[in-house]
Ligand binder design. Sequence first.
Ligand code: ATP
Ligand code: MG
Length: 473
Amino acid sequence: MSAVQRKGVQALLELAPVVDELGARFAAAGHELALVGGPVRDILLGRGSKDLDFASSARPEAVEKLLAGWADHVWDIGKDFGTIGCRKGEWILEITTYRSESYDPTSRNPEVSYGDNLPDDLSRRDFAMNAMAVRLPSHEFVDPYGGLEDVAAKVIRTPGSPESSFSDDPLRMMRAARFAAQLGFTPDPAVVAAMTSMADRITIVSAERVRDELIKLVCAKYPRIGLDLLVSTGLADHVLPELPALRLERDEHHRHKDVYEHSLIVLEQAIELEPRLGGTEPDFISRFAALIHDIGKPKTRKFEDGGKVTFHHHDAVGAKLAKKRMKALRFSNEQIEQVGKLVELHLRFHGYGTGEWTDSAVRRYVRDAGDLLSRLHILTRADCTTRNKRKAEALRSAYDDLEERIARLREQEELDSIRPDLDGNQIMQILGIGPGREVGEAYKFLMELRMDEGPLDEDRAKEALLSWWNNRP
Ligand code: ATP
Ligand code: MG
């Protein structure tokens, strides 16, 4: 047994109580059960997780019955797909009935039909490294396609020919890029060749499935590897065409940098700054905004006289493009708004110079960023890829300065819920008017005043309101 195998089996035995218990339960009822796919691969990689996937000869109804009375909680993940989920202590288990999918090459999603044996089930899986299983409770290791070798060599191969596999389900091309990004593995040359020649087939897959793989890829440990694969194979031309479009050729004076490479560095720098968000999970919004913050550049590029290149309004144009693409990929409205806003605001800081902003400008920055402020800090800091150390240091200290000013203002006033100093009732009373459009206008005036001046006491606010009222055109 190799060292990896030994380590794997050891890790498996640590799982043993929960896994063997379930195996015994299924066996007693005359059903097969095996640990399959991701968890087997991950155990061999020494990256255990609390999520376990199983395959079984039992049909979903029988699985549900076997889990009831054993698990703490049982739920139906998709009985039509044959998957039942449950929680047992700290473990989340998913049991899927053996499959023998039949694929209709014109349909968007696989159709499910049940199989009756493990080898057939494994033969329909995406990659050899995901087609390994451990039968329960015997612990027999089943690896028909050399997945263990692939894991040791860090390569991604399909069980059969990549062409027929990707023809059965083109999403597997995205999954190859995603696993490359998560595991740092290299797809076999035949896999890359098939991804390249079949890239356009991804268009028959539903946007939701593509989106979910894209999210996993971007949130992976090595997103650059996955993104480069999407771009070099041509898959990105179909799923995220704005990304390859960033590979702008240099102008004849070699004046401007390749925006694509810049974007990848900004993404990597944003990942390094992610701990600022206080969570432990990757933050898709922050990462995706970093990746596509400049997607307005190709469309807004102008060669000015004297060879200067400009990208005027690429922030606003980019925000629009980002939203349009995310909508096509069926992201939620919230995700679309968040990324759109970050792209739109990513240049705002550039007016800050060495601290020239008024308090008013700082308040507006905080208000416009809203609950995206921490992510905007990350994006703006990450968006500095100059090799000029002095320039980079100057930008960093200017941004430190801005964050300090925000903190100071926050101590003095309620920055996050800025409201005018007078409310609607007070406005009506002071002006002697009833509800209507004018109250709204007065409210807006007071809000702007509040932004410009900071908090005012009631008398001064009243004075300002009356003077505005009496001087209206
Ligand atoms: P993770 O859960 O960490 O994302 P995973 O390997 O468990 O990784 P899943 O998407 O959860 O990936 O899929 C579970 C298993 O189902 C895979 O390991 C693979 O064996 C199989 N599988 C999933 N999607 C496909 C597909 N499109 N085609 C073939 N097999 C698939
Ligand atoms: Mg999984």
